[in-house]
Write a protein that binds this ligand. Structure first.
Ligand SMILES: CC(C)(COP(=O)(O)OP(=O)(O)OC[C@H]1O[C@@H](n2cnc3c(N)ncnc32)[C@H](O)[C@@H]1OP(=O)(O)O)[C@@H](O)C(=O)NCCC(=O)NCCS
Length: 204
C-alpha cells in the first residue's frame, strides 16, 4: 500500500526516485539527450521543485508515482544547465538546458477558452508511475488527492498524446474531459505515432 504526500514533506530526498520515474516514463522524448536511462535520471534529478509535487510512497520509502500541480504561474521544475552538462556532456547538456528549459519552465498560462482568471485553475504536470508499479492505482490516487485537497475549481492537463492510452484512459476515468486538440501534420504524425495533442479539464 502507499500514501499520497506532498514531496517536500517526506523525511528523505525523493528526487533520485522521482527522476528515475521521469526517465522511464518520458524516455520517448529524452532519447536524443542520452540513450542511457540512468544518465538521464542523474541529469534531471536536481530539477524537481518539491513543494509542487505529490508522490505515492510505500512504508519502505519506495516512490511509486508522482505528479505536479501548479497554479500555472510557478514552474514545477527548474533546470540547471551546469548539472545537465555534467551528466549529458557539453553539447547535449547545453542543448537540453536551452530546449527543455523553454518546454518545461514555460509557466502554463492556464488559459481557458473563456480566459477565466488563472487563480482558479490548477495545472497537472509530470504524471508518472514507476514501471513496476503501474496498474495499481497509484497515479489515480495522486490525482484524486490533488483534486480533493488543492483549492482550485478546475484542473487542466495539457499536451497529452492521443495515442498514449494509459494516460488518456487514466484521465478520462477520473472525469477529465477534452477541451482542446491540436492536429499533428500527417507526415510527422506517422513518424512519431501521435495524431493529436489533447488538453483535458476537470471541473469540480
Ligand atoms: C499513465 C500512467 C501515469 C498511469 O499510471 P498508473 O499508476 O499505472 O495508473 P492507474 O493504475 O491509476 O490506472 C488508472 C486507469 O488508467 C488506465 N490505464 C492505466 N494503465 C493502462 C494501460 N497500460 N492501458 C490502458 N489503460 C491504462 C485504466 O483506465 C486504469 O483504470 P483500471 O485500472 O480500472 O483499468 C503510467 O502508465 C505512466 O507512468 N506512463 C508513462 C508516463 C506518461 O505517459 N505520463 C502521462 C503523461 S500525459
Amino acid at each position: 500500500m502507499f500514501t499520497v504526500i506532498r514531496a517536500d514533506q517526506l523525511e528523505f530526498d525523493p528526487r533520485p526516485q522521482m527522476s528515475q520515474i521521469f526517465a522511464d516514463g518520458f524516455s520517448q522524448w529524452l532519447g536524443y539527450f542520452s540513450k542511457d536511462n540512468q544518465a538521464i535520471a542523474r541529469a534531471f534529478a536536481h530539477m524537481f521543485v518539491l513543494n509542487q509535487f505529490y508522490v505515492a510512497v510505500t512504508d519502505e520509502r519506495k516512490i511509486t508515482a508522482m505528479a505536479a500541480c501548479t497554479d500555472g504561474t510557478a514552474s514545477s521544475v527548474k533546470l540547471n544547465s551546469k548539472e545537465l552538462r555534467k551528466h549529458l556532456g557539453l553539447v547535449k547538456g547545453t542543448l537540453a538546458g536551452v530546449i527543455l528549459k523553454k518546454e518545461f519552465e514555460a509557466t502554463k498560462a492556464v488559459k481557458t477558452t473563456t480566459d477565466a482568471p488563472i487563480s482558479t485553475h490548477g495545472s497537472i504536470e509530470f504524471v508518472g508511475t514507476a514501471p513496476e508499479c503501474r496498474g495499481q492505482g497509484a497515479a489515480s490516487a495522486i490525482i484524486r488527492h490533488m483534486v480533493e485537497n488543492v483549492p482550485f475549481d478546475q484542473f487542466l492537463i495539457e499536451e497529452v498524446a492521443d495515442t498514449n492510452m494509459p494516460a488518456m484512459n487514466l484521465y478520462q476515468k477520473l472525469g477529465f474531459q477534452e477541451y482542446k486538440r491540436k492536429s499533428i501534420p500527417q507526415k510527422k504524425a506517422e513518424k512519431i505515432g501521435i495524431n493529436h495533442i489533447i488538453s483535458l479539464k476537470y471541473v469540480k
